[in-house]
Structure formats: structure tokens, C-alpha cells
Ligand binder design. Structure first.
Ligand SMILES: [Zn+2]
Length: 122
């Protein structure tokens, strides 16, 4: 998976800081098994918990996603492709027995942390 969403986003970094401070140890950009170009933003391979923090634009957040007016056809196809790939990765990881948690970058670190911690402790 090309890092179309750019560098580590701030929401993801804030979540990682909370997890680390709580003693959780994770891998970043952990490869998705068998899907060479896809990676998990924050992975707990031992617990099979995968966390994705998806950018609102690139992953078409229902609140903040939009299709640019310039080259609208290209962008519509591109964003639809991203959404399909996200769904495919989620499906595949769940098929392998992973718990998949997806968040938007507009979520607060505290919100995300609560859900991730519950999955890790559950
Ligand atoms: Zn959003």
C-alpha cells in the first residue's frame, strides 16, 4: 500500500504516545500478511489487533471526505479505489483472525485509545 495518506498523521502519533505510555508495545507500518503493498498503521501481532488511522480525505470520511472539482473523474475513481482497498484489507485481516479497528484522523487520541485498550485487554 502506497502511503497515499502521507506521513504519520498527528492523530496516529498521539494515539501511539498514549499506548506507549500505558505500556503497550506495537509495530508501526506492519505488513499485512500476503498483501505485499499493504501495511497496518499500528499493529499488535501477538494479540492480532490491527489499528488503522485513516485520513479523512484519502479514505472518504463521511464528515470531511469530498471529491475535488478539478479532475473529478480521476479523483472519484482514486477515492473509490482506496475505499475498496481499505475494505479488502479489513476483510482479509479479519479472515486471518485479526481484530481490525479503523479510526478517522478527526478522532481524538483519547477516543481511539479507549477502544484499542479494550480490544487489547479483551
Ligand atoms: Zn473526518
Amino acid at each position: 500500500m502506497r502511503k497515499v495518506k502521507g506521513k504519520d498523521n498527528q492523530a496516529e502519533m498521539a494515539l501511539r504516545r498514549l499506548l506507549w505510555a500505558a505500556g503497550h508495545r506495537y509495530r508501526v507500518h506492519h505488513p499485512v500478511p500476503d498483501l505485499r503493498r499493504c501495511s497496518i498503521d499500528v499493529a499488535f501481532p501477538g494479540r492480532k489487533v490491527a489499528v488503522f488511522v485513516d485520513g479523512c480525505f484519502w479514505h472518504s470520511c463521511p464528515d470531511h471526505g469530498r471529491t475535488p472539482k478539478t479532475n473529478a473523474g480521476f479523483w472519484a475513481a482514486k477515492l473509490a479505489h482506496n475505499a475498496a482497498r481499505d475494505a479488502n484489507v479489513t476483510w482479509y485481516l479479519r479472515h486471518l483472525g485479526w481484530t481490525v479497528l479503523r479510526f478517522w484522523t478527526h478522532c481524538t487520541a483519547a477516543e481511539m485509545y479507549e477502544v484499542v485498550a479494550e480490544a487489547l485487554n479483551g
